[in-house]
Design a protein around this ligand. Structure first.
Ligand code: SF4
Length: 411
């Protein structure tokens, strides 16, 4: 569970044989890539709710992974026309890479793709993988932001999720990262876990806030197809959290985090407000996704976006390792204007700031689908879930609570 799985959200995995590679998908595309997403698929253990491409690698292919990644990044380099402003290394668990290999990975991104001096560099980490050496490696490699998968501080709920870390390891990781000089720490939390009460969730929020993070992502637990957790749910092994309880948890998060000086800027994301730089802690990389900008993708299963083209690298480590040049891809989508309009609404309206009304009106004038969307938006405005203010269309505070359902109507 991570920032809306955005870096994996482009296209469904068909998983069939592919003859196309990312270079084919990008042929003739005029894109200005502002960021890069790098996927490291290794995990210590497969959490039961997780549907990311990640696995326990019994063959220890870390070195082969880094060698192939270096070649992939070199093959992608000609598409980078200006220094990147964001890099996000996610997974999987990037910090499971042995420190020399982690350093090599980060160096390869910097040297082969080229980054802006002020670039935001995020690496995802599992709290138990962070030790002094890993923290020092991240800092020495220029990482500016670490996103830690805390999920819960209650051992019962971690066990339900089949997360294996000790809750105390989150605080230890934060302290080590801060001591190494990492300036920005984000914590991921999950609510709506079976058996979790609103009071349990309040304790999780308090425990997270006590660590002084700069950013928090709070996701309601989702039951993705083909996960062990969903299979257990279907077998009737547990009762899911009730909708009303989950809604109260989200309200609690909004109230607690606002009182602690955080601003909700996206459906699931809150950033600490700093004097003089009120938006400095928002995740610049994820903003690329929400604002429909272009980013490159490297590593198995990573998804990229350029203009109207979206592609997904092959989600099989063996196939990816065996390939040359850019990665083979399993999904290439050339979005029609209607699809682009739907995506723009789905992603842009997730932001608390919403989208400019002029752009919305242009989208709503697009044919029959535009008329359907216009009616859906009019219904949401009429119900007090959305509003048109200051030249923008956005969710109201109440509408934000059910934003996902409203957005589903629009696309
Ligand atoms: S650590 Fe993250 S990526 Fe790995 S299995 Fe768990 S949720 Fe999935």
């Amino acid at each position: 569970m991570k920032d809306v799985a955005l870096h994996q959200a482009v296209g469904a995995t068909r998983g069939g044989a592919s003859t196309e590679c990312a270079a084919d998908a990008l042929a003739g595309i005029e894109a200005r890539f502002e960021g890069a997403y790098v996927h490291v698929p290794f995990c210590f253990h497969k959490c039961h709710y997780c549907d990311f491409y990640s696995f326990v690698d019994s063959e220890d292919r870390q070195e082969a992974f880094v060698e192939r990644l270096e070649r992939e990044l070199s093959a992608l380099a000609p598409w980078v026309r200006a220094p990147l402003s964001t890099v996000f290394v996610g997974g999987g668990t990037p910090t499971l890479l042995r420190p020399p290999l982690l350093a090599r990975t980060l160096r390869a991104v910097r040297e082969r793709l080229g980054t802006d001096l002020r670039a935001e560099w995020t690496v995802e980490a599992n709290p138990e993988t962070v030790n002094e050496e890993v923290a020092a490696t991240l800092a020495a490699s220029g990482v500016t932001r670490v996103s830690l998968g805390a999920q819960s501080f209650d051992p019962r709920h971690l066990k339900t999720l089949e997360r294996w870390h000790d809750p105390a390891s989150v605080g230890r990781a934060v302290a080590l990262l801060r001591a190494a000089g990492i300036g920005r720490i984000s914590l991921d939390l999950i609510f709506g876990i079976p058996g979790q009460s609103v009071e349990d969730w309040e304790r999780d929020l308090d425990a997270a806030l006590a660590l002084g993070p700069d950013h928090l992502s709070c996701y309601g637990l989702t039951y993705e197809p083909n996960t062990a957790m969903t299979a257990r749910l279907r077998r009737g092994d547990f009762e899911p959290c009730e909708d009303a309880s989950e809604a109260r948890m989200l309200e609690t998060a909004c109230a607690r985090l606002a009182a602690a000086g955080f601003r909700r800027y996206e459906v699931s994301n809150w950033a600490r407000v700093r004097d003089g730089a009120p938006r400095a802690e928002e995740c610049a990389h994820n903003m690329l996704y929400w604002l429909d900008h272009d980013w490159l993708a490297a590593g198995p299963s990573a998804s990229g976006h350029a203009g109207n083209v979206r592609w997904k690298n092959v989600p099989r480590l063996g196939d990816w390792l065996a390939s040359a040049g850019t990665s083979p891809v399993v999904d290439v989508e050339r979005a029609t204007p209607d699809m682009q309009a739907g995506e723009r609404l789905m992603m842009g309206l997730r932001l608390v700031d919403g989208l400019p009304e002029a752009e919305i009106d242009a989208i709503l004038s697009l044919g029959e689908r535009g008329a359907v969307r216009a009616r859906a938006i009019a219904r949401a405005v009429g119900a007090g879930l959305m509003e048109r203010t200051d030249g923008r269309l956005r969710f109201t505070e109440r509408g934000m609570m059910t934003a996902n359902a409203t957005l589903a109507d629009l696309v």
